[in-house]
Design a protein around this ligand. Structure first.
Ligand code: UD1
Length: 379
């Protein structure tokens, strides 16, 4: 008998480390469903996409939608249209869709499924920054509203969904699959990756529009980095969005003139993990890196006013510094003196989350009826 097929949808860099461990767990337990890998093509370059497939051992996608870049509306619309066409193709035989994270592809694929009454599952549901100027916040809200099964990675996710009126029967706490990927690859993480020299170093990653799209904010961050580079080396793998803004605002040269700041292309997973593990601190605006540094017990200063991952502030090593560079400078000094919160274990961040995801997907398929649970409940 053919097994029901679940489309695992990934589109952008942070999706791939969430899908990889679930695919591995599927291979290990042979559950009563067959995964179909759909790459939306939101990220399409070797450095933001292909390298993750290679390093994380994800097999070639079964389907590629080639959505590419564009404005939010255009990118979302292209995935929506292409994914709907795929779902409508009789030979696709997709019975359930699983989307992950909070990128434009997540929103588009969950909408396409919901409109066709195909049950949808959101992995990493319930995260909220309460900041609707962030494109990802809109993606999270809409995705959770239309998905049938919401798989949660941290305690706040459950609380947010309940507060929004989602019935507890649609919510499951599975833990953090990104940590599964980290645990699996830690033995292969390069000791220092591209960092050289004897000085301690900070790893920097930036790509949020609120930090990099305006000259004023990006220039302020660059001045801050130049200031602290008197104390420690800075290793800065530059996201393509950030690279074009640095060039546009004439800031690449300014950073390059400081002998202690190394600008690199975006890194592969194991190179980045090696740097993160060995950095004395990490400065970032990424969501995933706040989680990974918490697990690694590496202090993380987040250049954002809020986080949708508050457990990293209470149990992890994360600290929000926003654009308060005085506070950030002070924190860097304290960290260099060894004064920072070391962090505690976070429930479900144990390297085994993907097996819980597979168990939930199997139970979901077993218990569901022909129409999606949301439609049945009349919600
Ligand atoms: C997207 C996600 C963000 C995620 C981030 C990780 C949304 C709304 N944002 O932001 O949540 O944290 O990915 O990287 O979904 N580009 C390349 N090569 C690629 C892909 C993009 O050069 O493979 C360029 C694009 O042309 C564009 C820029 O990078 O100029 C930004 O790409 P975009 O897809 O708009 O979003 P990200 O900023 O990467």
């Amino acid at each position: 008998m053919t097994r029901p097929r679940i489309a695992f949808v990934g589109g952008a860099r942070p999706n791939f480390m969430k899908i990889a461990p679930v695919l591995r767990a599927v291979d290990e337990v042979n559950p009563p469903f067959e995964p179909v890998i759909v790459h939306t093509g939101q990220h399409y370059s070797a450095e933001l996409s292909d390298v993750f497939f290679e390093q994380l051992g994800i097999r070639k996608p079964d389907v590629h939608l080639d959505a590419g870049s564009g404005t939010h509306g255009r990118q979302t619309a292209r995935v929506l249209e292409a994914f709907e066409t795929f779902l409508l193709n009789a030979s696709a035989r997709i019975e359930t869709v699983m989307v992950v994270g909070d990128v434009n592809s997540t929103l588009a694929a969950s909408l396409a499924a919901a409109k066709l009454h195909i049950p949808a599952v959101h992995l990493e549901a319930g995260l909220r920054s309460f900041d609707r100027t962030m494109p990802e916040e809109i993606n999270r809200l809409v995705t959770d509203a239309v998905c049938d099964l919401l798989l949660v990675s941290e305690p706040a996710g459950e609380e947010n969904l309940i507060r929004e009126g989602i019935p507890p029967s649609r919510i499951r706490y599975v833990g953090n699959v990104m940590i599964d990927t980290l645990v699996q690859h830690l033995p292969y993480a390069e000791p220092n990756g591209p960092a050289t020299g004897d000085r301690r170093f900070a790893l920097v990653t930036l790509h949020r529009p609120s930090n990099v799209d305006s000259r004023e904010s990006l220039a302020a961050i660059c001045e801050f980095l130049i200031g602290i580079s008197a104390e420690l080396d800075i290793v800065f793998p530059v996201h393509p969005r950030t690279k074009s803004r640095l060039e546009e605002f004439g800031l690449s040269e300014r950073l390059g003139r400081s002998g202690s700041i190394r600008l690199l292309p975006p890194l592969g997973y194991v190179e980045n993990l090696g740097l993160m593990r060995n950095a004395v601190l990490v400065l970032t605006d990424s969501g995933g890196i706040q989680e990974e540094t918490s697990y690694l017990s590496v202090p993380c200063l987040t250049l954002r006013e809020n986080t949708e991952r508050p457990v990293t502030l209470t149990l992890g090593t994360n600290m929000l510094v926003g654009s308060d560079f005085e506070k950030a400078r002070q924190s860097v000094c304290e960290i260099l003196q060894g004064k920072y919160r070391k962090g505690k274990a976070i429930p479900g961040w144990d390297g085994k989350a993907a097996h819980r995801v597979v168990a939930e997907l199997s139970a979901f398929l077993e218990n569901r009826h022909l129409v999606s649970p949301i439609l049945q409940a009349g919600a």
